[in-house]
Design a binder for this molecule. Structure first.
Ligand code: AMP
Length: 138
């Protein structure tokens, strides 16, 4: 089976801005964040849809979401998040590897998208790297 982009990220073949990891999951900053702190939590198991994951990976994935929320809540001083899954291509899934978007919602980031046109924006790698370091230390 051809490896997905996110499998390559999980295996370290493609760099990412890590947030946290567990035995069965890995979390990293979205390269085109809708808002500051936008994180993707992915299973290490390469399944496209939630229903195709093992029970262990599926349960662990939610542990990953909560651990990411813990870190983001300290950094962004909020308990509120948008948690979103596009579960399959017809639902808007771009990368065929299950991933959960975790986005902190707070006055500071004003629920305002960082980029209005994702396709033409250039990722801010310096910002991503600095935030990644802070989140990993929490
Ligand atoms: P979805 O549309 O639900 O499949 O979300 C895919 C997400 O992956 C989008 O928000 C992209 O910005 C993000 N993305 C694509 N490539 C990368 C990458 N190399 N590193 C981090 N995030 C990525």
């Amino acid at each position: 089976m051809k490896k997905t982009l996110f499998t390559k990220i999980v295996e370290g073949d493609i760099p990412s801005s890590k947030v946290a990891e567990g035995d069965l999951w890995y979390a990293f900053l979205d390269i085109n964040p809708w808002r500051m702190g936008h994180t993707l939590v992915v299973p290490r198991e390469p399944a496209q849809r939630i229903s195709e994951l093992s029970i262990e990976s599926r349960n662990a994935l939610m542990e990953g979401v909560v651990e990411v929320q813990r870190r983001l809540s300290i950094e962004f001083k909020t308990s509120d998040f948008s948690v979103n899954v596009n579960d399959g291509p017809q639902a808007g899934q771009e990368v065929p590897h299950t991933h959960i978007h975790v986005i902190p919602r707070c006055v500071e980031n004003d629920n305002r998208p960082l980029w209005t046109n994702k396709n033409t924006s250039t990722p801010d790698f310096v910002m991503l790297e600095e935030l990644s370091k802070r989140l990993q230390s929490l």
